[in-house]
Design a protein. Structure first.
Length: 434
């Protein structure tokens, strides 16, 4: 990813230096295990660790690869330059390139997952804080973009919290599923390497042995991982879309923080645009766009081909770096978000009392009026509110049929907003615990 949408900690996981360091550790731990089993001399295994503090020369490895046309061989050649040809002659004994490449990739993905899990936890904390802050702040709920019934801003934050909490569990599951390693040799039969080597390497690298790896680790694991990233990205867009709606001039119930010196438009000095959440919408598209290639990587020829390789070299860094940045940006938006309760009240009163129509409908049916007749009685008054901006309650009080069915006092009782928020505490307990 370009630096504009990148954060250093996640970027470092995918740097060539980190990759070669992981490759070295895989090879060195494998040598340790083989020495313990008596397959190679212990002094050779110990000699490999002479390179433990070496900063591998990426340019030199690239130079060798330009000749060998093979990245793992290029690395092994460079490692021998540091360790010594004689000392390094047992490195990679019985192994195949995928043992190094796939195990390394899964180490990188688990490290990336750890950052994303921390990102989600930070976002959840911000959402919970804002939910508690505005638990009882009344705003109108909308369906199809149209005023529906009263809700609260706290419930809006709470539902996003619940969604992101599900994403946190998905991310933990995806991490667990992708945290496998394979040191099983050509076509995965362990013909030239003992399975105990794999067990040792995986234990040292924080992975579990892949039960059956052919020559590659099965890519359904990776497909599930990237699909999870795609779901999280969609949830980010879900939150971003709501905030973008809130910031519309004619709504303005909430808005991104606008910092001192910030400019909204090169042409119109009055503008305050929801640029951060618009950016998040775009970043979500990018992450989702990497899911299908991951799904298509599942089907490989026989025990191995490398049709997945070019895909993963791109989507591994790009998807995780982009999502890390997006989660951090969304957390910042939620933390600093401006909320305007007075505008929420004004918006609710745009069509005075109209959002109480269902309460009146239900009261009429409970009073003995058929649902069809009750609906017609309420709707004819509601449409006048739409067309003339009159007060819904006054319309009902002037409708003889409604008054006859309910009485004036019962009509007035249907306009208590507390009726719509009486179970907020119950919902919060479900989301956040008692």
């Amino acid at each position: 990813m370009i630096p504009r949408y990148s954060r250093p900690e996640m970027v470092s996981i995918w740097s060539p230096e980190t990759k070669f360091r992981i490759w070295f550790e895989i090879e060195a731990h494998a040598c340790d295990a083989m020495a313990e089993l008596g397959v190679i001399p212990k002094e050779n295994a110990e000699a490999v660790w002479k390179a433990k503090d070496v900063e591998f020369d990426v340019a030199r490895i690239d130079e060798i690869e330009a000749v060998t046309k093979h990245d793992v061989i290029a690395f092994l050649t460079h490692l021998a330059e540091h360790v010594g040809a004689e000392e390094a002659r047992f490195v990679h004994q019985g192994m195949t390139s995928s043992d190094v490449l796939d195990t390394c990739l899964n180490v990188q993905l688990t490290r990336a997952a750890d950052i994303l899990i921390a990102d989600l936890e930070a976002l959840l904390a911000a959402l919970k804080r804002r939910a508690m802050e505005h638990k009882d702040t009344i705003r109108v709920g909308r369906s199809h973009g149209i005023h529906a019934e009263p809700t609260t801003m706290g419930l809006t934050f709470a539902r996003f919290h619940a969604e992101m909490d599900r994403n946190l569990r998905r991310m933990k599951t995806a991490r667990e599923e992708v945290a496998t390693g394979a040191i099983s040799g050509a076509v995965g039969t362990f013909a030239n390497i003992d399975p105990r080597v794999e067990e040792h390497v995986c234990a040292q690298m924080g992975l579990t042995p892949e039960p059956i790896s052919t020559q590659v680790i099965p890519r359904d694991r990776h497909a599930a991982f990237f699909a999870t990233l795609g779901v999280i990205a969609s949830s980010i867009e879900n939150v971003a879309t709501e905030i973008r709606h809130m910031q519309r001039t004619e709504v303005l119930e909430g808005a991104e923080f606008f910092s001192l010196g910030q400019k909204g438009s090169s042409a119109m000095p009055h503008k305050k645009n929801p640029v951060l959440t618009e950016n998040l919408t775009g970043l979500a598209r990018l992450v989702r766009g990497m899911v299908v290639p991951a799904l298509e990587n599942v089907a490989l020829w026989h025990e191995r081909d490398i049709s997945h390789s070019s895909v993963e070299r791109m989507i591994g860094p790009d998807a995780t770096i982009t999502l890390d940045f997006a989660l951090a940006r969304l957390t910042g938006v939620i933390d600093k978000m401006l909320i305007f309760p007075d505008n929420m009240r004004a918006n609710m009163d745009t069509f005075p009392g109209l959002v109480m129509s269902q309460r009146v409908l239900l009261a009429l049916t409970q009073a003995g009026v058929s649902r069809e007749d009750a609906y017609a009685m309420v709707q004819r008054n509601a449409l006048k509110v739409w067309e003339e901006r009159v007060d819904f309650r006054e319309q009902l009080l002037a409708d003889e049929a409604v008054v006859e069915a309910l009485g004036r006092e019962a009509i007035e009782a249907q306009f208590d907003e507390g009726y719509h928020t009486k179970h907020v505490d119950t919902i919060f307990a479900r989301v956040f615990g008692e």
